[in-house]
Design a protein around this ligand. Structure first.
Ligand code: SAM
Length: 208
C-alpha cells in the first residue's frame, strides 16, 4: 500500500501512526509540524491504516462530502491541493471554518451533497471524491457527485450500514448500495473499517 506524499507513519511518544503536517484540529498528539491522524476518528484514516489502495498520491484536487467539523478533511487538506469540503449542518460547519483558517487550500461549502447543482459553479473537476455522509441514499449522493470526478479519478467512500437501515443486516445493505453504485462506478476494492469503525464498508471505485 502506498501512502500519499505528505502522509507518513511516525511515532508520537509510545504511539505510532499516520501523520500529516498542519495545525492541530482535534487535540491530536503533535511532533513538531506533524500531527497524528487518528483512524478511530476518520474513515479515510482507517482505509489507509488498513492498507487499502486509495490511489491518492498527494497534491490532488479533492471534493469531500460530509466534512462535519473538519477532522478528516483537515488531514486531507494537509496533503492535497484545492480541497472542497461540503457539509450541510451549520453547527459542525462553524468548526470547519476554523480548520480552514490555517489552510488556504480548504474551501468549506455549507451545502447539501444531494444537490450538487448548488455548488457546481464553485467546484472544479477533481481527482478524488471522498464521501462520508451519514445519510440514507449514500449511493445516490455518490452518483449525483460523479459529474465532478475526472475520468481517471477515484471515489473513496465509507458506507455506513445503519444510515441506510438500522434494522437490516449490514452485509445486505452493503450489497444493495454497491449494486446501485455500479450504475456509475466500477468498484475496484472494498474492505471493512474494523477495528476502527464497525458496520462500515470502505469502497474504492472509478467512474465508468
Ligand atoms: N467525515 C467526517 C470526518 O471524518 O471528520 C465525519 C462525517 S459524519 C460521519 C457525517 C456528516 O455528514 C455529518 O456531519 C452530517 O451533517 C453530514 N451530512 C449528512 N448528509 C449530508 C448531506 N446531504 N449533505 C452534506 N452533509 C451531509
Amino acid at each position: 500500500m502506498t501512502l500519499p506524499d505528505g502522509v507518513e507513519r511516525r511515532s508520537f511518544g509510545e504511539k505510532e501512526g499516520l501523520a500529516t503536517r498542519g495545525e492541530p484540529v482535534y487535540g491530536e498528539p503533535t511532533d513538531g509540524a506533524w500531527r497524528r491522524w487518528d483512524p478511530r476518528r476518520s474513515k479515510l484514516g482507517a482505509m489507509l491504516e488498513n492498507g487499502m489502495e486509495t490511489g491518492l498520491s498527494g497534491g490532488e484536487t479533492v471534493l469531500y462530502l460530509g466534512a462535519a467539523a473538519g477532522t478528516t478533511v483537515g488531514h486531507v487538506a494537509d496533503f492535497a491541493s484545492p480541497t472542497y469540503a461540503v457539509e450541510f449542518a451549520a453547527r459542525p460547519a462553524r468548526d470547519l471554518l476554523s480548520v480552514a483558517e490555517s489552510r488556504r487550500n480548504l474551501f468549506p461549502l455549507l451545502k447539501d451533497a444531494r444537490k450538487p447543482e448548488t455548488y457546481a459553479h464553485v467546484v472544479e473537476p477533481v481527482d478524488a471524491l471522498i464521501q462520508d455522509v451519514a445519510t440514507r441514499g449514500q449511493a445516490k449522493v455518490a452518483l449525483a457527485n460523479r459529474r465532478f470526478l475526472r475520468e481517471d479519478g477515484r471515489l473513496l467512500m465509507a458506507i455506513k450500514a445503519r444510515s441506510e437501515d438500522v434494522t437490516a443486516d449490514p452485509d445486505a445493505v452493503f450489497e444493495t448500495v454497491l449494486g446501485s453504485l455500479e450504475d456509475g462506478y466500477e468498484i475496484l476494492e472494498t474492505g471493512p473499517l474494523a477495528p476502527f469503525h464497525e458496520d462500515h464498508l470502505a469502497v474504492v471505485a472509478r467512474p465508468r
